[in-house]
Design a protein around this ligand. Structure first.
Ligand code: AMP
Ligand code: MG
Length: 400
């Protein structure tokens, strides 16, 4: 019996194992989810930090434009705090150095004229604290800077690095296996016979997963042979959190996957979803390992991966709610089947998302002209321009 898309999504989410904790090097933490609050190691800035190259003075010694002041030292970044011994003089300072003791204002080089051993000031006024980033003005020691559950990107990496977090506590990304099946399929670089096809789902799904930050992926190809499929599944189930199988889940004589998985005691949770493309999709679980049986037609395999697998992987990796994007329909669409339709669309047009003609779920050539697919729910048959529906891009932002 076919189940609805929302039921399939619910059953998948219910089957997800709880996210696992791990500790990884900071340089590998981009695009992971933080598993513990991060508190500031110390005040930031940890001292009154100079923000302009120039001189530091005690503002009370400023008498006006054209004032001459002797230079009595240099405060260099990376050196301990300098001290202004004679209040009537100035200390030359570098951006990033601690403000010298006894000074309270910085005058940049643009507002002075430097001479041998002295400077002439070329400014009308000096404000206490000018060009100084005060100690603890960004945050105090012990403040929570990033909360558990945050997605780590460039700003978070900077904060972690500056607070001495060399190893980061995050949720582990799943170990994934992609197994393509099909006697008719040969490798990209193989000699090809007229009756054969080159396989592309392995590299396509790998790219889709990598694009979403999942790169711990093993790929293998197995012919439509029950014994060989059985042996490969035994192997990958031992070392994978998620297994994606491409092909072999429909009704043909050589669609062997459901039976082979049954013999391996992989529990079937659903087989068949009221959706187009992707109707024969199979989903199950063995212990905590999830198994997605994806229809082999390339458009179906990619659509099911983006619609179900990627959000599941994100939840397993600690994402609270994977974001859904929406697009506005730029044309009316009529659907004459009682299925949820995943419609490939162009979106880079002013008037909204417009469908791209294709020859069905085997026609991946046509995808090149589309940006992704929108999800048109099964309850409705007439969709109008201006309505908004969930959108799933084929390509990730860095590929746009
Ligand atoms: P199946 O789901 O195994 O019945 O496959 C459906 C269609 O998708 C068949 O025409 C297959 O040749 C094609 N197909 C299956 N796997 C791949 C693959 N890895 N790359 C390209 N086409 C595939
Ligand atoms: Mg097949």
């Amino acid at each position: 019996m076919l189940i609805s898309v929302s039921k399939a999504e619910k059953l998948i989410y219910e089957a997800l194992p709880v996210p696992k904790l791990t500790a990884i090097p900071l340089v590998e933490a981009n695009d992971t989810v933080l598993a513990a609050d991060i508190k500031s190691e110390r005040d930031y800035p940890p001292f009154d930090r100079i923000t302009k190259d120039g001189i530091a003075i005690a503002s009370a010694s400023f008498t006006g434009k054209e004032q001459h002041m002797d230079l009595s030292g240099y405060a260099q970044a990376g050196k301990p705090q300098a001290v202004l011994k004679d209040g009537g003089t100035a200390i030359e300072v570098a951006t990033g150095a601690p403000l010298p003791q006894g000074t309270d204002a910085v005058i940049p080089y643009e507002e002075i004229e430097k001479q041998a051993g002295s400077v002439v000031l070329n400014t009308q006024r000096v404000r206490v604290g000018q060009h100084i980033h005060p100690q603890a003005s960004d945050c105090k020691e012990g403040t929570v800077l990033i909360k558990k559950g945050a997605i780590i990107g460039s700003p978070e990496i900077a904060i972690l690095g500056s607070n001495g977090i060399h190893t980061v506590s995050v949720y582990a990304k799943p170990r994934i296996a992609i197994i393509t099946t099909g006697d008719e399929l040969v490798a990209t670089d193989a000699k090809i016979e007229p009756h054969q096809l080159r396989r592309s789902n392995d590299v396509m799904l790998l790219a889709a997963l990598q694009g979403h930050g999942f790169s711990n992926v093993l790929c293998s190809h197995v012919p439509d042979d029950a014994a060989q499929l059985h042996a490969e599944f035994v192997k990958v189930l031992k070392v994978s959190d998620v297994v994606l199988i491409s092909g072999g889940v429909s009704k043909g004589i050589y669609d062997l996957i459901p039976d082979v998985l049954k013999k391996l005691a992989v529990k079937n949770i659903f087989h068949g979803v009221c959706q187009r493309p992707g109707k024969p999709m199979w989903f199950g679980k063995k212990k905590s390992a999830l198994v997605f049986g994806l229809p082999g037609n390339p458009v179906s395999a990619l659509t099911c991966t983006l619609r179900y697998v990627v959000p599941a992987l994100k939840k397993m990796s600690g994402y609270v709610e994977p974001l859904k994007d929406y697009k506005t329909l730029g044309e009316a669409v009529d659907v004459n089947v009682p299925f949820t339709v995943f419609l490939p669309v162009k979106t880079k047009l002013d008037n909204g998302a417009v469908s791209v003609p294709n020859n069905g779920s085997g026609d991946f050539t046509s995808l090149v002209d589309s940006s992704g697919f929108i999800e048109l729910p099964s309850e409705t048959h007439h969709f109008y321009a201006g309505e908004r529906y969930p959108f799933f891009p084929w390509r990730t932002p860095c590929q746009l």
